[in-house]
Design a protein around this ligand. Structure first.
Ligand SMILES: [Zn+2]
Length: 436
């Protein structure tokens, strides 16, 4: 109100003094659109690495600022943590399907905090960086940064979320809000390359670890490209910190586990890596290690974007019409475990439906391989001719014998399911089995 009154007085004063033409009366009140200033260089990113961990609220407030950058195509509260804190996704690029998308996810484990500062600085660099450094990169790739996936854990200094759950063991079951949101973000972004950022205790001269996916269900092209990218990161860190500063994550009994991010999203079709900087190092050095490795990934994908795009496409296209190994999984609506199986499949982004028609279908039990040919109408079904069919297989066949971690297979819930060995007539209906 004050501003309007002052303006009126100004206008009247100017009108009475006769110094101004009528065209200027209204222009004066228009807010001046300042052009966005791209003011930072990559050098600024290294110089601005914090000495200590940045608070959760500062990271959130500073990340919201990126919405002002014309380069940021989306700054989304893609979901909320258990304690209701926003989960922020920063996206650069228009998702041109002819260029790959590189996607970083920071600190599923709240007590491994350095990657959040790295992810924030990375997003800041792309939001504000000088055009000569940033534009050539964003011509070759789309970029997405999930700056802080576990804010409640960061506040508490705990590995798990506010529920005490290890989010990096939730990717099969999807029982936690942050787990469901990571799945949702992945589906939205459809990345060719995914990097999951962590920290570890450190081991002698080794201050950084990197790992490629190890689940055997992963498409071979995705695996191969992950190894190429992993090698590139190892070389980049060795060059800066000296030989023996970086190693592969050691194989463990859980290293194939699909409830772990790098395995899960590789099975979903993305080239995938795990990063770990050593908590034995100074905090700023841990941030620098993660940022250095992140830039190495971006540089490599920019050098050969088609290779990473092709890997993702090979995985997506396998199982499409005409290339089906398995045509569908079928299971009975009256099986007590069906409700949870359908919930998990739908939360992973898959369409479900029911078998239509009276024709018999040659099928085998997914585990005992006992045959079945006749299914009554109303049998629930997940068709295989959709993107991510390897993930459907993994969800349906994942068993407790594979690893020591979390299980989700129909078997573990006492459910019977069959793989159809020929095409099945079906109708997509996400409400299948709810009518009974
Ligand atoms: Zn971790």
């Amino acid at each position: 109100m004050m501003k309007i009154i002052l303006s009126l007085i100004t206008v009247l004063t100017l009108a009475m003094s006769g110094c101004t033409g009528p065209g200027n009366f209204f222009d004066e009140d228009k807010p001046v659109e300042e052009p966005y200033v791209f003011d930072l260089t990559l050098e600024d990113m290294w110089n601005d690495i914090p000495i200590n961990q940045t608070s959760t609220s500062d990271i959130l407030n500073w990340t919201y600022e990126f919405s002002k950058s014309p380069r940021v195509t989306n700054l989304t509260e893609i979901g909320y943590s258990m304690n209701g804190q926003p989960l922020l996704l920063v996206e650069f690029g228009d998702y041109d399907p002819n260029i790959p998308t590189v996607y970083f996810v920071a600190a599923q484990h709240g007590n491994e905090p350095a990657s959040v500062d790295s992810a924030y600085l990375l997003a800041r660099h792309f939001a504000r960086g000088v055009p000569e450094e940033v534009d050539p990169i964003l011509e070759k790739i789309n970029l997405a940064v999930f700056v802080m996936v576990n804010p409640d854990g960061r506040d508490a200094g705990s590995r798990g979320n506010a529920n005490g759950t290890d989010l990096n063991r939730d990717h099969m079951k999807l029982l936690e809000p942050e787990g469901i949101i990571m799945q949702k973000a992945f589906q939205k972004i459809h990345p060719s390359v995914t990097v999951d950022m962590h920290e570890f205790g450190g081991a002698g001269t080794i201050i950084f670890q990197v790992a490629a996916p190890q689940n055997p269900t992963t498409h071979p092209d995705v695996l191969a490209a992950s190894y190429v990218l992993e090698t590139d990161v190892i070389e980049a860190v060795n060059e800066e910190w000296g030989f023996g500063s970086v190693t592969n994550y050691p194989p463990t009994t859980s290293s194939q586990d699909s409830s772990i991010h790098r395995n899960h999203f590789a099975v979903h079709g993305s080239v995938s890596l795990l990063f770990e900087s050593a908590v034995s190092e100074e905090y700023s050095e841990r941030v620098r290690l993660q940022s250095w490795a992140a830039i190495a990934v971006i540089d490599e994908v920019v050098d050969d974007p088609g290779y990473y795009l092709d890997a993702r496409q090979s995985s997506d296209e396998e199982g499409q019409e005409g290339n089906d190994i398995v045509h569908a999984y079928l299971f009975e609506c009256n099986d007590p475990a069906t409700k949870e199986t359908l919930r998990i499949l739908k939360d992973h982004g898959f369409k479900v439906g029911y078998k239509s028609g009276d024709e018999s279908v040659t099928s085998i039990h997914y585990e005992t391989f006992l045959p079945m040919t006749n299914f009554p109408n109303g049998t629930a079904l997940v068709p295989m001719d959709q993107i991510g069919w390897r993930m459907i297989s993994e969800l349906m066949e994942y068993t407790s014998t594979k690893d020591q971690h979390y299980t989700n297979s129909p078997k573990d819930r006492g459910q019977d399911a069959w793989r159809a060995l020929e095409s099945v007539n079906y109708e997509i209906d996400n409400d299948v089995c709810k009518i009974e």
